[in-house]
Design a protein around this ligand. Structure first.
Ligand code: CP
Length: 312
C-alpha cells in the first residue's frame, strides 16, 4: 500500500511476503538494495516520544542504503499552524519518498486514505494502531515457533490504551492464534467489540496457565484521564514476575513492545532471564522495517502527491 495505517491495509499474502523478506534481510545483513542512484529519501516525523520505533526505522533506512531525514516537528512549520497535508506535500516535493509518522492523536492518517500526499507508515497513532510493531512481533513469534496455529498468546496489561494490542488482535488470528486480553477490568475493552479468536480475562494466574506466549504491556499513563493512580501493588496483582511463572510452572517466552517499566508490569529477574524476548523483538525490528520500507517503495502509486486530485 501507499499508506500503512492499519493491519487492515495488508492482505495475508502481503504479510507473508514481509515476513519472508524480513528473514532474508536477517540472514543476509550485507544486503543493501537501495545502493543505486538516486537513493530514496525516507523521513521520520515523530510528534510523540520514541526510542525503538524511530531509531530502528532510521537504522533500517541506512541498512537499505537509503538517505534518512529526521524531520523535527517541534522546529517545523507545523508549529506555525501548517496542516499535516501541506507538511507532507512539502516533504514530497522536496523529494522525500516516504515518511514514517507518529502522533498522540488516533486515526490522524485516515484523512489520507484515498489520496496520500506522500507514502506514509503509521509509527503509532494514539490508541489506534502500531502496525510495524505488530508485524515485527509476528516475525519474532514465528522465529520462536514456526507453526502458530492453535497457540495462545496472552496480552497482559493496559490493553485498552495499547495501539500494538489493537494491531496484534487483527494480525495474529490470521495465523491461527488465540488471544487472551488480560488485566484489571478498567484496562480491558468491551466484550462486544472483540474480533473472533479474542477473549477477555481479569484472572491473571488462569491466563498465564493457558498461555503459550505472554505479551506484557506498560501502563500508558500519558493516555489516562487520571494519571495519578498508584501502581505500587500492580506487580503483585496484575504484573508478571519470574517467580510467578515458576510457581505456575509456565516458563513460556515473554514478549514486550517496550518501553518496559521494571517493577510494574514485570520484575528485574524476568527481564534479565532468557524467557524475556524484548531484545529479540528490537533486533527483529530492523529486518521487518527494512522489508516494510522496501515493499512500500516498490509500489509505484501514481496517485501520490496530487493536489486536489491533480498532478502538480
Ligand atoms: N514499541 C515502541 O513503540 O517503542 P517506542 O515508543 O520506544 O518507539
Amino acid at each position: 500500500p501507499s499508506l500503512l495505517e492499519s493491519i487492515d491495509d495488508l492482505s495475508l499474502e502481503q504479510i507473508e511476503v514481509l515476513v519472508s523478506r524480513s528473514q532474508h534481510f536477517k540472514n543476509n545483513p550485507q544486503l543493501s538494495p537501495f545502493n543505486t542512484t538516486p537513493k530514496p529519501i525516507i523521513a521520520t516525523s515523530f510528534l510523540e516520544n520514541s526510542t525503538r520505533t524511530k531509531h530502528s526505522f532510521a537504522v533500517a533506512i541506512r541498512r537499505l542504503g537509503g538517505l534518512y531525514l529526521d524531520f523535527n516537528a517541534e522546529t517545523s512549520s507545523l508549529k506555525k499552524g501548517e496542516s499535516l497535508e501541506e507538511t507532507f506535500l512539502t516533504l514530497f516535493y522536496q523529494g522525500v519518498n516516504l515518511c514514517v509518522f507518529r502522533s498522540s492523536v488516533s486515526n490522524q492518517l485516515a484523512q489520507f486514505k484515498d489520496a496520500p500526499p506522500i507514502k506514509l507508515v503509521n509509527g503509532g497513532d494514539g490508541v489506534n494502531e502500531h502496525p510495524s510493531q505488530a508485524l515485527l512481533d509476528l516475525f519474532t513469534l514465528l522465529e520462536l515457533s514456526p507453526d502458530l496455529e492453535g497457540k495462545t498468546i496472552s496480552i497482559i496489561g493496559d490493553n485498552i490504551h495499547s495501539r500494538v494490542a489493537h494491531s496484534l488482535m487483527k494480525l495474529l488470528p490470521q495465523y491461527g492464534m488465540k488471544i487472551i486480553l488480560s488485566g484489571p477490568k478498567e484496562f480491558l475493552p468491551d466484550a462486544s467489540t472483540l474480533p473472533p479468536n479474542v477473549e477477555l480475562s481479569t484472572n491473571r494466574d488462569e491466563t498465564v496457565k493457558r498461555s503459550d506466549f505472554i505479551y506484557l504491556l506498560r501502563i500508558q499513563k500519558e493516555r489516562h484521564a487520571d494519571s495519578n493512580n498508584s501502581d505500587d501493588h500492580y506487580l503483585e496483582t496484575n504484573g508478571v514476575s519470574l517467580d510467578l511463572l515458576k510457581k505456575l510452572n509456565k516458563l513460556v517466552p515473554v514478549l514486550h513492545p517496550g518501553p518496559a517499566n521494571i517493577g510494574v508490569e514485570l520484575d528485574q529477574a524476568l527481564i534479565k532471564s532468557s524467557l524475556y524476548k524484548g531484545y529479540l523483538q528490537v533486533e527483529n525490528s530492523i529486518p521487518m522495517r527494512m522489508a516494510i520500507i522496501e515493499a512500500m517503495l516498490l509500489n509505484n502509486d501514481s496517485n501520490i502527491g496530487r493536489i486536489n486530485g491533480e498532478k502538480f
